[in-house]
Design a protein around this ligand. Structure first.
Ligand code: SF4
Length: 345
């Protein structure tokens, strides 16, 4: 019954939805090489940067914080069409991915239509992952939405409340204990692959006290792996630095000792991504999520025409070069201007 309903909804969408290709780039990006899942297509289900956190290491800059609401989310049908177009392009280019990852420009669980989006995306036969910041995991509706995914990654940078305020900078109305209890509760019920994700920030959560407390907490969480990483992109707060190499080595030994199945993703790696449609739209779409290393952009350039477009974006001040940790990145110069002019949001 439900399946028949879904098929008829899809028919309606295919027949009635006028889909602008330029919309696709603000909803889907990639394929990109995920540190955990291999090549994936990324999906953004939030219209702008609405997040329940305002992390020091966020590459997106300051959040426009809000609570659970549907007003700032992209409709499941629009997402479905964008993914469909992207996968058609991918097929033509002879590439493939295993996962669709909902992990966009804000917090994906702010979208109350998340389970509907996941159900529509099932048509493509790919696994579906959601990367959440866990802030709303205490909410039963959010848990129900996440149940539909094959892989859920729960952000857990710390189990110490003071550190949580320093790193994730949540609004005061969020209750830290409710979040920790929600993580445990969800892990009991969830049937898919559950993973936690911790980002190490120098002088904040990179010490033995933090790791011991986290390890004790994780003993009560039924997850298959715990991922540990360092900030990958220039952060919104310049003081949010990665621990140095020596410290990371110490942390790695400690993690192996104290935590079951830790995945250490701290080591720098080259960012790998690809373009399947229009270079300019897709490049700006990805840049609207996070800055991209200048050295990695060469993977994006397929022709002299693409190179010319890149030069124009720089000359016209749509994008700029920034430097962090001796690495050069491209970032959007003026998001408002770029988004409105190039992507017609
Ligand atoms: S890093 Fe993620 S959770 Fe933190 S503010 Fe940015 S989008 Fe939100």
């Amino acid at each position: 019954m439900f399946r028949e309903k879904l098929i008829s909804i899809r028919k309606i969408i295919k027949n009635s939805f006028t889909y602008e290709n330029s919309s696709k780039s603000r909803i889907v990006y990639g394929p990109v090489l995920s540190r955990r899942l291999g090549y994936v297509i990324g999906i953004n289900n939030i219209k702008s940067k609405f997040c329940s956190y305002n992390c020091v290491y966020c590459p997106e800059g300051q959040s426009k914080q809000c609570s659970v609401c549907i007003d700032h989310c992209i409709s499941p049908y629009e997402i479905y069409m964008a993914v469909r177009t992207k996968l058609e392009e991918l097929e033509k280019s002879g590439k493939s991915v295993k996962y669709l990852v909902i992990n966009g420009r804000g917090e994906p669980t702010l979208d109350s239509g998340l389970s509907k989006t996941i159900q529509l995306l099932r048509e493509f036969g790919l696994k579906i992952a959601v990367f959440t910041n866990s802030s709303l995991i205490w909410d039963n509706n959010v848990q129900q939405n996440l149940m539909c995914a094959d892989y859920v990654s729960l952000k857990l940078d710390t189990v110490i409340e003071d550190t949580w305020y320093k790193i994730n900078r949540p609004p005061r109305r969020l209750d830290f204990n409710a979040i920790l209890n929600g993580i445990k509760e969800f892990s009991e019920k969830y049937q898919g692959h559950l993973s936690t994700a911790t980002t190490f920030i120098k002088d904040m959560n990179d010490n033995q006290f933090e790791i011991n407390a986290l390890a004790d907490f994780l003993k009560e969480v039924k997850c298959e792996s715990s991922c540990f990483m360092t900030p990958r992109y220039p952060a919104s707060d310049k003081n949010a630095e990665s621990p140095d190499e020596e410290k990371l080595q110490q942390l790695q030994s400690l993690l192996k000792e104290r935590i079951i199945n830790p995945l250490l993703l701290c080591c720098p790696e080259n960012e790998v991504f690809d373009v399947t449609g229009d270079f300019e739209d897709e490049f700006l779409g990805l840049l609207s999520i996070h800055p991209i290393q200048v050295s990695a952009v060469r993977n994006y350039i397929r022709s002299d025409e693409d190179l010319e477009k890149l030069k124009n974006l720089i000359e016209e001040n749509f994008i700029k070069e920034i430097i962090q940790d001796d690495k050069k990145y491209y970032a959007i110069e003026d998001k408002k201007r770029t988004v409105s002019m190039r992507m017609q949001i």
